[in-house]
Design a binder for this molecule. Structure first.
Ligand code: 15L
Length: 277
């Protein structure tokens, strides 16, 4: 497997949660260079263990299971949980209760660092005409974005109270290529995703750092200076896809909230079962 990063950092045991998800499957072969043992967890099927891999299925809402999952682990890449907008009742156990379990288990087991897959949807209700950075107010665009804001606050609290370090990655749109005009700003290539995660694991001191997960896109809504500080140097850009995207999506309806806000379609989802009429 060719990897995009050139890290020499090695943990003894690194845990990847959400390993069966879309980005988990991308990172699984690429994180091996960072560790002797890669522990993989999910509630979905993980396939067969390759050399150096340990498979540990676990539900994030099961505190005892998460406590056992983090035993003997040096660092965590926490992608687990629900990764799109859903009813609050679906988000709560996996993303809110589950994140608490991961941090509590990390504290108990003396884990050094967590790389937390947050999301751009923490700030999705900022307008596309704004340029914002991690110090601007959060404006979550749904229950999913709210749960990621909770995760970032949890990370800050565990650093302030217990010294447990986190890099929260507000991931944009990590797909093989940008498929619409919004993604020309939010796209994060898989190689840059790997570079970002490896930088977040390797930077010597991070405290709790919040960065955006984006490639070197010429159109951008995010000031990502903090990502430079942790050593992230994106090498891909959405620019080479621009002509194809613009040909496919020729008109933008600027009265549509989806085209006004950074969160795109997430800002207009719901109501969900469980919401009051
Ligand atoms: C996310 O947080 C989602 O996990 C992903 O599926 C995309 O929808 C992405 O945001 C996005 O904003 O494009």
């Amino acid at each position: 497997m060719t990897t995009a990063s050139t890290t020499t950092l090695r943990f003894h045991r690194l845990l990847l949660t959400g390993a069966a998800g879309a980005l988990g499957r991308v990172l699984r072969p690429r994180l091996k260079a960072c560790c002797d043992r890669l522990r993989l967890s999910d509630i979905a099927e993980l396939g067969a263990a390759a050399d150096g891999e340990e498979l540990r299925p676990a539900a994030l809402e099961d505190k005892a299971a998460v406590m056992a999952l983090l035993e003997g682990v040096d660092a965590v890449v926490h992608l687990g949980g629900v990764s799109t907008e859903h009813a609050f009742e679906t988000i709560l156990p996996a993303n809110i209760v589950g994140a608490y379990h991961v941090y509590e288990a990390a504290r108990v087991h003396g884990v050094r660092r967590i790389v937390f897959a947050s999301s751009n949807h923490v700030t999705g209700f900022h307008r596309q005409s704004e340029t914002i950075g991690p110090r601007d107010p959060v404006r979550p665009d749904g229950y999913y974005g709210l749960s990621k804001a909770f995760g970032e606050n949890l990370a800050q609290f565990y650093f302030d109270r217990h010294g447990l370090e986190t890099v929260s990655l507000r991931i944009g749109s990590s797909f093989p290529e940008p498929v619409d005009r919004r993604m020309l700003a939010t796209w994060l290539s898989y190689d840059d995703l790997e570079r970002l995660v490896v930088a977040a694991l390797s930077a010597p001191v991070v405290g709790h750092t919040v960065v955006y997960g984006m490639s070197d896109n010429p159109l951008s809504w995010w000031d990502n200076t903090a990502a430079r500080h942790i050593g992230y140097r994106p090498q891909d850009s959405s620019e080479r896809f621009r002509a194809a995207v613009e040909a496919r999506q020729q008109r933008i309806d600027t009265t549509n909230p989806v085209a006004l806000y950074q969160g795109g379609g997430f800002v207009a989802q719901g109501p969900f079962p469980g919401d009051c009429p």
